[in-house]
Design a protein around this ligand. Structure first.
Ligand code: AMP
Ligand code: MG
Length: 327
């Protein structure tokens, strides 16, 4: 019997042109389409990944009433699981390091804009002013696993939850000895081990206006996370409003960028920082890169220039000639 199985496997391998085929799965979770490709993994490994994504969504989703975060938002305080407390702590650190551009407590404002409900609209200035006292991550008290919010405050981990999930998937795959993988969780890419043929993964940087990829990054392992106003927005009276809010104005950030891609080892950090850099703009992005030294970036400006940070230049190739590459 074993012999037959081996023969069938060899036959299938020949049919596929001898290229190792990925175990692949598409799923919809965390409000986005995900694709998981494991080049030396099994269907069981994919099942384990899918299960983990489900668990993370149940914990962190701000729209599922039973999630830990929703429960915290309703009660104003909570004894979190060790994992949620650790993610909250990491989010608070990114918030502080980014000079407040990344802000976990914006939810009362983004709720007014309707970005999580699909009933999107432009709130009146008075409505936004009314929630301003509820916003500011320094008002969150985290001690061990216990968290307390001030009355009326509400948190949203939407800016880091996918990145954290990608980190958890990378750890799970390492445990299961799966080395070569390409995970796409919406705008969050997490890769490991290079391609099975020993060359780095090639990751396309989306054209925010929907054309061919602006450029390609080569990367062995790590996180590549893109934030952009094109990912979720609505139009009212001819004006486009997107989902990344500037904590100072409580309105969609206007920093001259169409998208920000952050490349670093940690998915969580890449996710938080891509959101933060989108708020800070090109100058603020470079300042933060020099200060932290943990990440590199690719910015696409409103006038279609591509700015690549110094440490990433040799791994980046412009693909779409519509863009101007600032070398
Ligand atoms: P991302 O797609 O990672 O850039 O995250 C965008 C999501 O993060 C939004 O859908 C909101 O849930 C949340 N968000 C929006 N603006 C901010 C901000 N300035 N800081 C932190 N989270 C934000
Ligand atoms: Mg993010």
């Amino acid at each position: 019997m074993k012999k037959y199985v081996a023969l069938i496997l060899i036959f299938l391998l020949l049919l596929s042109g001898c290229a190792p085929q990925a175990q692949e799965r598409h799923l919809y979770a965390m409000d986005t389409v995900m694709t998981l490709q494991l080049y030396d993994g099994s269907a069981e490994d994919l099942d384990a990944c899918e299960q983990l994504i489900g668990q993370m969504e149940k914990k962190f989703s701000v729209t599922l009433p039973q999630s830990e975060i929703s429960q915290l938002n309703q009660a104003g305080k909570a004894a979190l699981s060790a994992e949620s407390a650790a993610l909250l702590a990491e989010g608070l650190q990114i918030s502080e390091r980014s000079g407040g551009a990344f802000c976990l407590s914006l939810y009362p404002a983004s709720r007014l804009w309707g970005f999580t409900t699909e009933a999107m609209r432009v709130p009146a200035a008075e409505e936004l002013e009314a929630v301003r006292p509820l916003i500011g991550d320094e008002k969150i008290t985290l001690a061990g696993n216990s968290v307390a919010l001030q009355a009326g405050m509400a948190l949203d981990l939407g800016g880091i939850a996918k990145g954290y999930t990608a980190d958890r998937l990378a750890a799970l795959l390492a445990e299961r000895e799966v080395k070569h993988y390409f995970l796409s969780l919406g705008g969050n890419i997490q890769v490991g081990g290079g391609k099975p043929d020993g060359t780095p993964w090639k990751i396309g940087i989306a054209d925010p206006d929907g054309g061919d990829p602006a450029g390609i990054i080569s990367l062995e392992a790590g996180a590549v996370v893109t934030s952009g106003g094109y990912q979720r927005n609505f139009t009212q009276e001819g004006k486009i409003y997107h989902h990344i809010l500037d904590p100072q104005t409580l309105a969609p950030a206007q920093s001259g960028l169409k998208s920000v891609t952050v490349v670093c080892q940690s998915g969580t950090e890449a996710d938080g920082l891509s959101t933060a850099l989108f708020v800070r703009g090109a100058k603020g992005a470079e300042e933060l890169r020099r200060k932290l030294g943990t990440f590199e970036y690719i910015l696409i400006t409103e006038d279609d220039r591509v700015i690549v940070s110094a440490g990433l230049k040799e791994h980046f190739t412009l693909y779409n000639p519509r863009f101007t590459y600032e070398e």
